[in-house]
Ligand binder design. Structure first.
Ligand SMILES: Nc1ncnc2c1ncn2[C@@H]1O[C@H](COP(=O)(O)OP(=O)(O)OP(=O)(O)O)[C@@H](O)[C@H]1O
Ligand SMILES: [Mg+2]
Length: 376
């Protein structure tokens, strides 16, 4: 019997918290262990990080080593090089002496300095003199290949939140530098993943961009209701509670199968219910979830222009394409077709909507529900 929370959200789902994605895991694992660079894309909180971690945890090959780097906090090229060097050195060595040795051997030109905290195994950081003339950047980008060769290993470097690099100053020049070094690395495979489809697609799908056709592009889909139903039912059962299949389907419907919200809502239903879940428990749980997000959504809305808000009202009302039609423009006061285009663009940039072909959707299904209920 599980004593812990039967559900997880807000961090990667691992082990028994992970469900489905069998085909995705197979493809990603086959790609990475056979040297195929892979780009993994989905909207936020669908399960990219969880999937990559699953593949890392399940790959049992002594000749392969994974390095996982989250670049979410990197705001500049310099931050990127810094994290990259640190994580590559740290995650390919098991002892402190080895770190120091690796860094000294392969980053000799840039005189690395070390600092250790109270827990040297985890609290370790590398810094270096920054001198572009000395080829600092190249030396850092070559690090994985050199380490792989020396240790006779294949390295798989996973870069989470990769869309971040699009915001760096002079990003295209930076991307060119990365590609020009990485494309020659025989022993290193890259897995780049991130949200903001339009940014990721711009990096990897535009003919004029340095990373064009750098690897296999995988677009993650939502976990379907048929997969969530047994998963959620079992979690309740294991903890001595009962939820019906219809009730789980209702949770999926309300959250539009957005992975993180399915788990979050299931958790609220779970802790609120007695032994047997009543439909009322689900209604209450949704209200709780909306309530928890209220301040956040309110703030989001306050930062929108009137046209942006009108657009979202139309979207919440069921319009998903054809926003430039005369009747839609008139009904939702969107002014003009040109205005619709610019509103779409700005909402996409803010990460509030996603656009697939011509269809527009809310990035956040609970925000959509909140908008719908506001209007009543
Ligand atoms: N395969 C899965 N099985 C069960 N739950 C999952 C799965 N994948 C994701 N989740 C749920 O979704 C949440 C978010 O997952 P994860 O952090 O992997 O998504 P992400 O796409 O990397 O998000 P972000 O874009 O914010 O980085 C998890 O905490 C978990 O609740
Ligand atoms: Mg993630």
């Amino acid at each position: 019997m599980i004593k812990d929370n039967p559900f997880v959200f807000g961090r990667a789902a691992e082990g028994t918290y992970f469900t489905d994605r069998i085909e995705d895991a197979k493809r990603l694992s086959a790609n990475l262990t056979h040297g195929i660079n892979t780009i993994l894309i989905s909207p936020r909180r669908w399960g990219k990080t969880s999937l990559v971690k699953k593949v890392i945890n399940e790959t049992d090959r002594p000749d392969i080593k994974f390095v996982f780097i989250d670049i979410f906090d990197c705001k500049s090229e310099y931050d990127f090089y810094h994290s990259f060097a640190n994580e590559i050195v740290k995650q390919t060595s098991s002892k402190i002496e080895e770190w120091v040795e690796t860094a000294k051997t392969f980053l000799s030109n840039i005189s690395p300095k070390f600092s250790f905290g109270t827990d040297p195994m985890n609290d370790f950081s590398l810094s270096f003199e920054w001198n572009p003339k000395d080829n600092t950047e190249k030396e850092i980008l070559q690090l994985p290949q050199k380490i792989a060769q020396k240790k006779k290993l294949r390295l798989i470097v996973c870069l989470d939140e990769f869309q971040q690099i699009a915001d760096f100053f002079d990003s295209i020049t930076f991307q060119k530098k990365l590609r020009s070094v990485w494309q020659h690395q025989q022993e290193v495979t890259y897995c780049m993943f991130g949200s903001k489809k339009h940014l990721m697609e711009n990096i990897f799908n535009e003919r004029s961009m340095p990373f064009y056709k750098f690897g296999d592009m995988m677009f993650l889909k939502k976990i379907p209701t048929e997969e969530w139903v047994p998963f959620v039912c079992d979690k309740f059962q294991e903890t001595g509670k009962t939820i019906s299949e219809e009730q789980v389907a209702k949770i999926c419907e309300l959250t539009e199968n957005l992975s993180s919200y399915v788990q979050h809502l299931a958790w609220i239903v779970w802790y609120k219910s007695d032994k047997v879940v009543r439909n009322k428990d689900i209604d209450n749980a949704v209200n709780d979830l909306l309530e928890q997000n209220n301040v956040f959504f309110q703030r989001e809305v306050e930062q929108l222009s009137e046209f942006q808000l009108n657009f979202l009202k139309a979207l919440a009302n069921g319009v998903s394409s054809g926003f430039s039609r005369k009747d839609i423009i008139k009904k939702y006061r969107l002014e003009s077709s040109a205005n619709v285009q610019s509103v779409k663009k700005s909402l996409l940039k803010k990460g509030i909507i996603d656009i697939d072909e011509q269809t527009v959707t809310f990035d956040d299904s609970i925000f959509k529900l909140w908008m719908q209920r506001q209007r009543r």
